[in-house]
Design a protein around this ligand. Sequence first.
Ligand SMILES: [Fe+2]
Length: 238
Amino acid sequence: MNSSVRESGFLLRVLVTLVGLTAAGMAEEPATAPVAAGGSAAFTLPALPYAQDALAPDISAKTMSLHYGKHHQAYIDNLNKLVAGTPWATGQPLEKVVVESAGQADKSAVFNNAAQAWNHAFYWKCMKPGGGGLPSGRLMDLMGKSFGSFDEFKKAFLTAGVAQFGSGWVWLVQEGDTVKIVKTSNADTPLAHGQTALLTCDVWEHAYYLDYQNRRKDFVQAFLDHLANWDFAASQLK
Ligand SMILES: [Fe+2]
């Protein structure tokens, strides 16, 4: 193969990738940046707790492939580039980077990528094939006290997910002996606000657009009815 043919092939792959990312709502995301040459990556993409097609048809394998393999990977890659040569690149827990960079204007890029890396790793654990149903035990007791009933919780979570303007997340969090629903914009995360995250649904368009287009409500409903992993949420209680 001569060089011009190889270059044409490369340009075609770049074009296909760009078209695919735009179709998936990726225009709202930063581009992947390579780790500094010669340096080992401080952070790595955690394994998914299930196969990429395991949540279909509620979340398709195509969405999972882009969301996990491209978006989540991009946050990891960008974070590694941003922290290269800093104390954050020396085996620090990701949570520490999120908390320490939060609220610092000159560290906003580190925070955005670290928080998104953490949020996504948490989000994958918040779902499972055959999920949904009801929580049990202490979590159910706390939810009953806070929301009156599980149905009322679902209505409030759905409303919050739909009401989040633009990109963001809807969460069930614990504060002391109560649980509540909060929304965060863009990369913001309960970790940065002293709250304990129990469950989250990603309501960035990239999380659902290929499968639901503009029907975010249907996506959040499917998350609650078929995907939510209440055993994981209960395991996060303090
Ligand atoms: Fe996402």
